[in-house]
Design a protein around this ligand. Structure first.
Ligand code: SAH
Length: 396
């Protein structure tokens, strides 16, 4: 088997079981592994440290499968990892698992680069690393053996694959093709999900708990739901008694589904207004018109794709939060998120604080929010913690 020999002292992060090896930590590669093939990781003194998969084009040159020298990489390995992930989900709080949730969350579940989401009777996968691409058939076979399903769909059509030198792919990999819109359940709400063409794998499952929490703050309120996608927060708000909801999104298709979501839940669509446009511009317009709300939700897309973009992203987050504070009535609630993993929670709080200051509002954080527990964070891989949010009450 091929080996990666690390530079002196570069095994430190691996000894803390962080699962990535950057190209700069490597002294030399022995052998001629194909992309995704298994390699042994040795220290400069040739001590065995870990076993991982090789990715020749990525800055993350290898990701670790195991720190146990006895553990071979093959069908039994993937079987064990998937069983473990399923068991961890079954231990989630609450009586019943929802019908749709993330079954496997990459590094946090010991399968770097693999995302598997369950939507009703369908599974949707993303293979985001050469290692899982190499073992794709085995992984699909094991998923099939362990999770009863009608079909498995590949949504490896995300730019993350480019860093690995992998082509973008999508399509059925097993069983039936999913319907154009599949109905899923979140608590007592139904959502239509487009698994084949929707964003991510079709739905923002990571916001499930936060949508539920939001329900507590919306009764009789006028709610502005910015970056609404298919209406997740807005539909939840209407269901839980909001007087009126405005959804803003740049995707016409997403807003079309939001309207259908309103209908299939038997909600009054005259209480919902959908605006297709740039949320930054629409908010500015609302501010200029003096339009105000009791609750403003801000869930923008990932604005910092890399560390280099943090400063620019911070300005955009501040801009949108400032506008949010400006159009809130006194006593109102701001529910504000960032899903940029590169921007940490304390910086995010500081941005929101700066925004309130510049908007000349006084506000307190009454609750902190994170990704749902089916998106766990391995203690050895803090990078998995990407979604954070605050609920702020405007006191003045
Ligand atoms: N809150 C949603 C998920 C939001 S994802 C939920 O719970 O399902 C971010 C959304 O922002 C996407 O739907 C995307 O289409 C939209 N978006 C991206 N840039 C935008 C912009 N400048 N203005 C408005 N919407 C935008």
């Amino acid at each position: 088997m091929a080996s990666i020999i690390l530079k002196s002292k570069r095994e430190k992060s691996l000894l803390r079981r962080h699962p990535w090896i950057f190209s700069g930590a490597i002294h030399k590669l022995e052998g001629n592994p194909k992309p995704g093939e298994t390699v042994e990781i040795l220290s400069d003194k040739r001590l065995w440290i870990a076993r991982g998969a090789f990715s020749p084009l990525s800055q993350i040159r290898a990701r670790i499968w195991t720190f146990d020298e006895q553990e071979e990489i093959g069908p039994a390995f993937f079987h064990e990892r998937i069983v473990r992930a399923i068991k961890n989900r079954q231990a989630l709080p609450g009586e019943n698992l929802p019908d749709s949730y993330r079954v496997i969350f990459g590094e946090s579940d010991g399968v770097p680069g693999l995302v598997v989401d369950k939507y009703g009777e369908f599974l949707v996968c993303q293979f985001l690393f050469t290692g899982v691409e190499y073992w794709k058939d085995v992984i699909v076979e094991q998923l099939n053996a362990l999770i009863p399903n009608r079909g498995i769909y590949d949504r490896s059509d995300t730019d993350a694959r480019k860093k690995e030198g992998l082509p973008l792919k999508k399509g059925v990999i097993f069983g039936e093709e999913p319907p154009d819109l599949l109905t899923i359940h979140e608590g007592d709400i139904r959502f239509l999900v487009d698994l084949k063409n929707g964003q991510k794998t079709g739905f923002y499952l990571d916001q499930r708990d936060n949508r539920t929490i939001t329900a507590e703050y919306v009764k009789e309120k006028e709610v502005l739901n910015c970056f609404s996608y298919t209406g997740g927060f807005g539909i939840t708000a209407l269901k839980y008694g909001a007087r009126h909801v405005v959804n803003i999104d740049s995707s016409e298709t997403a807003l079309g589904i939001a309207l259908q979501n309103c209908e299939i839940n038997g909600l009054d669509s005259s209480k919902m207004e959908n605006i297709c446009g740039d949320a930054f511009e629409v908010l500015r317009k609302f501010r200029d018109e003096g339009r105000s709300f009791d609750c403003v939700i801000l869930d923008p897309p990932k604005l910092a794709e890399s560390r280099a973009q943090i400063e620019r992203a911070a300005r955009a987050y501040k801009d949108i939060n400032l506008l949010g504070f400006k159009i809130l009535r006194t006593g109102g609630i701001l529910i504000s998120f960032s899903c940029s993993g590169n921007l940490d929670e304390s910086l995010f709080q500081k941005i929101v604080a700066d925004a309130a200051l510049d908007a000349n509002r006084e506000a307190v954080i009454i609750r902190r929010l994170h990704q749902a527990p089916d998106h766990p964070v391995s203690l050895n891989f803090p990078e998995a913690a990407y979604l954070k949010g605050v609920i702020c009450k405007v006191v003045k």
